[in-house]
Design a protein around this ligand. Structure first.
Ligand code: ADP
Ligand code: ZN
Ligand code: ZN
Length: 731
């Protein structure tokens, strides 16, 4: 029985970031718990406001208001989750409500519920009316398939128009009633049988199960059987009655990945990612909450699914940037997994062919156990990688985007009826369009970024805000007709490939071709069924895809990521080349990779080509040490943005002066800026940042947060402040 409850108000104002005490009315006394969602009177007008119970104090000071009502039957989080939320507040400088919102199913606060729908029940004829033409014959067909249909599906399945279904209902030939439906996709998958582990795999599985340690890193080349290891561990967990979460980067959560897991674990598994609708997410969340599933596979948000008895968290491709949240709280999945492990005792298994410098460093210093797998599990050979110096191509007068070597490779591959993947990490046709007479460059009006030309739509599009405009025939600045296209994107590669290899069938997989819900799956299936010879794509093709007939992978411009002004650019380049190369020769046939670059001597390209991760690590970690970058230091970025540029600059400069004074008192922390961000404007918002570098302790971070909050509370409505610990990029 409870008398009082501490309630966090659902409000984005940081001023309300504490629990408010309320009395619990008798009616809900035996139902209210930590994690209950409630409505409470709040503020001047005692407006009914949503809140979450985070404590159950014995007594209250002074007069307290009473909770108005309890919203759900079940609490949405428990005591352990509270501890997790506290840690998130410390680490990511977020508010309680921001932490709560990542833990509970999005949509529940907006009223999403178990879904009920009106179904048409066929085969239930209503006496005396079924012999009326023309409905009788159509009814006889439908009634054979006795069952519960949604109206659209009924129409589709039986080739009826919606209006005739409606009129059949109206005339009593079919009955319509309300029923509960799951938004969960329960189509069946072909079974994926358990593989006999090879000795290396078995050693890893056994060691992880018997070890008293909690964190493990599997560094295994693509195809070394890491996924098979995860699956064996999951089976073991299920046998022990424990739950598992498998995280894969959003982009790698391909139909194929899901197919493998569903094929092995059937409907016991929940799939959780951001393409699900709010309703689908809600249903999945509840399936977990009700203990109906033992395993979840998903993108980073799956980490917060409410498993009661978590035994293991796997983070596949742990180096991926998408494990870091890009909205507040800007958590990192690896860190959350570690916190959860501390709270629940679950094991954390990281896997990658190209571990992040941070994780490998921790393994190298003994904080995690390291396993190294160098061979492919199915006996396939690692592909041979060849570097082509594009400067030489230019010298020998080849102005095509394909080198002679790549053209030859593709031709040979096509002649053998094998498939090719061409990779470029940039979509669109041309990445900037400018006038040759006056130098005018088409830029987005709202962002500090040049527009990308899309040939398919004939539009110039901003990749930051999505705004589009038509391309003019003449230069808008000087009227000349010499408009020129610079920079290549996937669309351009596809068009060049069609010209160069006229007989070849191409497919493209990038953001533009995968906007529709199932288009990713459809492109994947078409390529797998060999309905195309060449697949062109962005990093979407670099992850998780496994095509047995692909024997050549062409990396069109390995330097793209090298030229970013970011301390992780070397690491990204190494990762991309390695990951993309991993797509070649996954079957019995030997694979080959051709890497085109203007920087053949760059160390990250060199080590990637040799497949020498350790060599790369040794060189890169020394650079990080020398430059004082992560993992040797932490970075706290304070990003402020506003449509009012002057106000923004004044405000951040003021913050800068105060922080400078604070930082002066700490000898291991350095302040950089304030300065405009690399991309100084996005969606009409000007962007500035301050960077703190050094040993960032929770106390210090909290102090910084409070200071910044204090200094900006008066401009709360005009300036957005975002604090990020160890941001993935500083652009
Ligand atoms: P990774 O996750 O490291 O890329 P996978 O687990 O996907 O590797 O394995 C690569 C390929 O090898 C897959 O086709 C998989 O079915 C196969 N494979 C994995 N382990 C074994 C094994 N022990 N015996 C036979 N084939 C295996
Ligand atoms: Zn824009
Ligand atoms: Zn011009």
């Amino acid at each position: 029985m409870v008398g009082y409850a501490g309630v966090i108000i659902n409000s984005s104002s940081s001023a309300l970031d504490r629990a408010f005490t309320y009395a619990v009315p008798d009616m809900i006394k035996d139902k209210l718990q930590i994690g209950s969602r409630v409505l409470v009177p709040f503020g001047k007008g005692n407006k009914r406001t949503e809140g979450f119970v985070v404590s159950i104090p014995d007594a209250a000071k002074g007069d307290v208001k009473e909770i108005s009502s309890l919203c759900d039957d079940l609490p949405l989080f428990n005591e352990k989750d509270l501890a997790l939320m506290e840690r998130m507040r410390e680490r990511y400088l977020c508010t309680y409500i921001e932490a709560i919102k990542v833990l509970i199913p999005s949509g529940i606060t907006k009223g999403i519920r178990t879904r009920k729908e009106n179904f048409v029940f066929t085969g239930e004829k209503i006496a005396g009316r079924y012999d009326k033409e023309p409905y009788r014959t159509i009814w006889e067909t439908v009634s054979l398939n006795n069952g519960k249909f949604n109206k659209n599906k009924l129409a589709d399945d039986f080739g009826l128009s919606l209006s005739s279904v409606t009129s059949m209902i109206k005339n009593g030939f079919l009955q319509q009633r309300e029923g509960v439906i799951s938004r969960y996709n329960d189509r069946s998958y072909s079974s994926y049988s358990k593989k006999e582990l090879n000795p290396e795999q078995r050693r890893v599985v056994e060691r992880i199960l018997e070890s008293s340690g909690s964190e493990f890193l599997i560094h295994g080349v693509t195809g070394s059987g890491k996924t098979e290891i995860y699956m064996h561990l999951v089976s073991e967990m299920i046998e022990q009655g424990r739950d598992s979460i498998i995280l894969v980067p959003e982009i790698a959560l391909t139909p194929q990945m899901v197919e493998r897991f569903k094929g092995r674990f059937g409907s016991d598994i929940s799939v959780f990612h951001s393409r699900l609708s709010q309703g689908e997410r809600f249903d999945e969340w509840f399936r977990v909450k009700e203990g109906k599933v033992k395993v979840a596979i998903g993108a980073r948000s799956a980490l917060f699914l409410p498993f009661e008895n978590l035994g293991m968290i796997v983070i596949d491709e742990e180096h991926e940037g998408s494990y870091k949240s890009d909205s507040d709280p800007k958590y990192h999945a690896r860190e959350i997994a570690e916190i959860k492990s501390g709270l629940t005792g679950c094991k954390v298994v990281l896997g990658s062919a190209t571990p992040s410098l941070e994780s490998y460093y921790r393994a190298a210093t003994g904080e995690m156990e390291l396993f190294t797998l160098k061979e492919r599990a199915d006996g396939a050979k690692m592909p041979a990688i060849q570097v082509v110096d594009m400067r030489e191509e230019l010298k020998s007068n080849n102005r095509s985007i394909f080198s002679q070597e790549l053209i030859k490779g593709i031709e040979e591959c096509l002649a053998r009826k094998e498939q090719v993947i061409l990779f470029l990490n940039r979509r669109g046709f041309s990445t900037f369009v400018s006038c040759r007479s006056c130098g005018y460059v088409y830029k987005c009006e709202s962002c500090d970024i040049s527009l990308t030309y899309h040939h398919d739509s004939g539009m110039l599009t901003c990749h930051y805000c999505g705004k589009s405009r038509r391309l003019d025939k003449l230069c808008p600045s000087c009227g000349s007709k010499y408009i020129k296209y610079f920079g290549i994107g996937t669309e351009r590669i596809e068009s060049e490939a069609r010209k160069q290899f006229p007989g070849a069938r191409t497919l493209r997989m990038d953001f533009d071709t995968t906007r529709k819900k199932d288009s990713h799956e459809s492109i994947y299936n078409r390529f797998k069924n060999q309905e195309a010879d060449i697949l062109i794509g962005t990093q979407m093709v670099a992850k998780g895809l496994d095509f047995k007939n692909v024997t050549l992978v062409g990396i069109i411009a390995a330097d793209l990521s090298l030229n970013l002004p970011d301390f992780r650019s070397g690491e990204r380049t190494f990762q991309l080349i390695t990951q993309v190369s991993g797509r070649a020769g996954r079957g019995r046939k030997a694979g080959k990779v051709i890497v085109q670059t203007y920087n053949p001597d760059n160390y990250s390209i060199g080590y990637a080509v040799k497949g020498d991760y350790e060599g790369f690590f040794r060189e890169e970690i020394e650079i990080r040490r020398l430059m004082d970058y992560p993992p040797f230091t932490e970075i706290l970025s304070v990003n402020m943005s506003s449509e009012q540029e002057e106000l923004l600059i004044k405000c951040i400069q003021n913050v800068g002066i105060i922080l400078k004074n604070i930082v002066a008192g700490y000898d291991r922390i350095e302040l950089l800026g304030p300065s405009p961000c690399m991309i100084s404007k996005i969606k009409d918002s000007h962007r500035w940042q301050l960077i703190l570098k050094g040993k960032i302790e929770p106390d210090f971070a909290d102090y910084i947060r409070k200071t910044i909050y204090d200094l900006t509370k008066d401009v709360y409505n005009s300036i957005r402040v975002s604090i990020d610990i160890n941001p993935t990029s500083l652009l």
